[in-house]
Ligand binder design. Sequence first.
Ligand code: PBG
Length: 330
Amino acid sequence: MLGQNFPLTRLRRNRFDAATRRLVAEHSLSVDDLIWPIFIRDGGGDPVEVQAMPGQFRVGLDGLARHVEQAAKLGIPALALFPVTPAELKTPEGREALNPDNLICRAAMLLKKEFPDFALVGDVALDPYTDHAHDGLLRDGYVVNDESVEILAKQAVNQANAGIDFIAPSDMMDGRIKALREALDGAGHIHTRIMSYAAKYASAFYGPFRDALGNQGALQGDKKTYQMNPANSDEALREVAMDIAEGADMVMVKPGMPYLDIIRRVKDAFGVPVFAYQVSGEYAMIEAAARNGWIDHDKAMMEALMCFKRAGCSGILTYHAVQAARLLHG
Ligand code: PBG
């Protein structure tokens, strides 16, 4: 680069005042970038706070419209729905995933009616429905691939039938995008988008989420035979390449902040819309430190979100969506 000679060049001049800093900013964060994940349970009553995620709730279906109204008013474009399935409906095969009257389907129908402008993201994986809490079918202690994909394809169609706009497979089975695309098209859902959790890592940062779903302790073993090794980066590009070739409309990297390098590599290599999932453990860390007075909550939250944009994200799934949108609206 030219002109890097001090004192002719003083890079601090472009940081001199707020107006200049705003003008030279390379990236920006807006409400358009936010997807808010929410936990839904059956019935009524007050929302129940998730212990390790202060400020996030398991919301009863009866109170769902009231709960998401704030997000609609703030202009948040999308919600990601996660069901808290009662233990008695969990089975080894996760059959409840295919029930057209399950929580996700009922929530989708309700939300489509009350808030037609929201894009609804439906997570496709069996873990909210299996008693062993794995994302697919367990056979002799191993999560089998092809048989799981068959069920996941049916789960995707079930969600699309109920009005889910973005099918987001988080299961990490091989070949699932193609199977889902074909199943969706076969059922007439040619416009239903697929947001693939393409590079999803076997991460300790999902802890609070599993707790929110009531899966903590239920999980037999770990998810390392299907979710990626945090040591790998080239492999993420292969995952993304496969998913795009199979018909994914957009891809996701998950978790978020420890994996910004992956986001950047994916964006540079493929130029497709990339999303980050700032996961439950990341949310918990910011909330915990802020509640102890160790960091400034709002500044840390906004900085983390901006960094996703800088890394190349089109948008972010974040439990901070509502709080961030409030700040963005001033
Ligand atoms: C499950 C799923 C997980 C998350 C989203 N979908 C957990 C897991 O893979 O065990 C994690 C989200 C979060 O931690 O916020 N298919």
